[in-house]
Design a protein around this ligand. Structure first.
Ligand code: CP
Ligand code: NVA
Length: 308
């Protein structure tokens, strides 16, 4: 069994195999009703716990639907419902859940919760987002890029905005999938040096450019995310908005990228803040394909975790 904790902790060959499997499963069910079981039922008889300590639309629904399409069953648990929120240790929670379920997906705050759960669990654990990373999102994004533009290796990806958890997983992916990465945003919100260092250590050209218009020159892909993440205190909202306003993705910024550049956002988006509606709904945007691909990519991740 395998845990899926982060992009940089997973073998490159396995990542590529998962994307190929996701593509295959997606194609195999084209045009079918969403509730129709897949022809293959690799999760038959398997029970999957989906734990959410933060809100979610895409992660919650795509994991739930994905498990069911592959013949498994799910239970969706909120952190507050579990004794975890009332003093039971993470290690004991992991040991207990491992006796009931075949796999655990968790969305939590502190990365240490995910890591401790994985350490003490005898069943696979999947990172459904922490304050630091969001690897499932990036698997969907890699699948989406491939569908629209082919191999991402050697391309230029520009992240405009907060150097947050999704940005961190993009930096991991830059290292694993071989693309170049430019971060443009205010210095205070730069991605952690560890993530930048990882991408560089794998040969990716990573640059930090304060001028968003310069940053997007030659960009194949422009990405942004919310200015205030779920783990950020609401009291920082005004300060963050002031810092990030120059990094809004709008038609002027997209016009400075390559003509065939595409736009991604993990969603949920705040229209008119980090991105304007005309970009979100415009011809360069692939945001809803990204959202759909959460389903297909995660099905492949779950199969890899279980080895089925
Ligand atoms: N992109 C993403 O993870 O969305 P949710 O917060 O809705 O799960
Ligand atoms: N950066 C965002 C991503 C949501 C999917 C957050 O952590 O809230």
């Amino acid at each position: 069994m395998n845990h899926f904790l982060d992009i940089h902790k997973t073998d490159q060959a396995d990542l590529l195999a998962m994307l190929a499997n996701a593509e295959q499963m997606k194609n195999a069910r084209k045009g079918q009703p969403k509730g129709m079981p897949d022809a293959d039922q690799p999760l038959a008889g398997r029970m999957v716990a989906l734990i959410f300590e933060k809100p979610s639309t895409r992660t919650r629904v795509s994991f739930d639907v994905g498990v069911r399409q592959m013949g498994g069953q799910t239970m969706v648990l909120s952190g507050n419902d579990l004794q975890l929120g009332h003093g039971e240790t993470i290690a004991d929670t992991a040991r207990v859940l491992s006796r009931y379920v075949d796999m655990i997906m968790i969305r939590t705050f502190d990365e240490s919760v995910l890591l401790e759960l994985a350490e003490h669990s005898t069943v696979p654990v999947i990172n459904g987002l922490t304050d630091r990373t969001h690897p499932c999102q990036i698997m969907a994004d890699m699948l989406t890029y491939r569908e629209h533009r082919g191999d991402i290796a050697g391309k230029k990806v520009v992240w405009s905005g907060d150097g947050n958890n999704v940005c961190a997983s993009f930096l991991h992916a830059a290292g694993q999938f071989g693309f170049d990465f430019t971060y443009t945003g205010p210095e205070k919100l730069d991605p952690e040096a560890e993530f930048v260092g990882y991408a560089r250590s794998k040969g990716s050209q990573v640059s930090i450019e304060r001028d968003p218009f310069k940053a997007v020159e030659g960009a194949d892909l422009v990405v942004t995310d919310t200015w205030v993440s779920m783990h950020d205190s609401q009291s920082t909202k005004e300060r963050r908005h002031n810092l990030l306003r120059p990094y809004q993705v709008n038609p002027e910024l997209m016009a400075a990228a390559k003509d065939d550049a595409i736009f991604m956002h993990c969603l949920p988006a705040h229209r008119g803040e980090e991105v304007t509606s005309d970009v979100m709904d415009g011809p360069q945007s692939v945001i809803f394909d990204e959202a759909e691909n959460r389903l297909h990519a995660q099905k492949a991740v779950m199969r890899w975790c279980l080895g089925v």
